[in-house]
Design a protein around this ligand. Sequence first.
Ligand code: CTP
Length: 481
Amino acid sequence: MQADNQLILDHLDQPIFRLIGEVADAMNRPCFVIGGYVRDIFLHRPSKDIDIVTLGSGIELAEALAARLGKRAHLSTFRNFGTAQVKYNRRDEHLEIEFVGARKESYSHDSRKPVVEDGTLQDDQNRRDFTINALALCLNHDRWGELVDPFGGMADLERGIIRTPLDPDVTFSDDPLRMMRAIRFATQLNFQIEPETFAAIERNCSRIEIISKERIIDELGKIMRSDIPSKGFILLDECKLLPLIFPELSALKGVETVEGRGHKDNFYHTLAVLDNVALRSQNEWLRWAALLHDIGKPRTKRYDARLGWTFHNHNYVGEKMIPGIFRRMKLPLNDKMKYVQKLVGLHMRPIVLAEEVVTDSAVRRLLFDAGDDIDDLMILCESDITSKNREKVKRFLDNFELVRTKLREIEEKDSIRNMKLPIRGEEIMETFGLPPSRPVGEILSAIKEAILDGKIPNEHEPARQFMLETAAAMGLQPVAK
Ligand code: CTP
């Protein structure tokens, strides 16, 4: 790719870059904007985080800039790392600018903590992860906008290639998180990982163990939010990182055959479902539900001569596995997790419903159990139809349409989605002079069942009448007031 000079000049034409250049010139310091910000200019992607590298102390340059910006700037220095950050607010613009002195680094084998020495710009570029992330633009007046690209990063951007500037074994061994980053960038940008670089990931994959779970999940989240997330998981599998960071997903792989009968490969099926959901929704947690919807299958797999392969209750087993997976992977243990669990637990319901006659009562129950997440559940279930048999797909999708229509009708008529029972436990206790006890729960659940079965409407009077009848059948009489 020929660097588009006008594009560079247009991007740098911002007061903040002019000011950084001026401050650096006054200190007689070469100074460059470097890394992801430069890459994203050429990819036409928005980017807010600006990385500045200078020869000498990055902290001194940041201090000088902060002094010029005055009240609008907030400076933080990290002396241990020799870095500084300037946060800068102007009107509705919020920028974070990181400063670092050009460094020559080497890493000790058992940690990510580097041993740092001052270096040249080239030294600093050498120690960056990928050629496309090592591009630098000069901000000094006499070299304003000059692109420094020692490793053919522009050509790699053009061809869509992820490649390390140095021997990939060195780059990945210096910081094994970069193996995940390579796969994440390939997925996000739809780039290819250059074969030598990919082979090095495979050779170094076990080094991922020194990387914190938080950093790994950060990259996995970026893969999940990409347009075609399956690409990342297929690469993770091919380079053998997947079993190390996500063994449960890896366990979905493979096909077993008994008496000539095989089951589908649940890994590739899961990825197809994930991509289907990603086409229909940006909701990251719905995507996690897709990724985990069949996670219980390996533990529930059985072969039966009559039925063939079965995965009974894999949805409930999967639902139970989720807290353990979320805890280990440092995913949030909050309502997001509960939502994923709920969808995984319920994901068979619309399918079963669509296979049978769609009765009002089954639809009411589904609506009651799914509540406000019913639309997401329907997206998941439609995405779960990955059969190659066109007729089968059509039959399922038509049935789902019927389920959707019924859901709308019943919701309009009965407002089941956020249903509260028209009778409360207190009323039962008061009416029959009961303490909090089992019969109270039994009467309540009989009322709920009657409403969901459509035997009585979701209203107080009919529910009270039903309560009196149910209690009478249990031998309970109302107490006189
Ligand atoms: N970098 C690196 N090795 C890492 C992380 C970062 O060499 N493990 C370098 C790369 O030059 C990268 C820059 O630091 O471009 C900034 O890193 P970061 O902000 O994490 O990533 P970006 O490349 O900006 O991409 P994104 O914002 O999408 O994370």
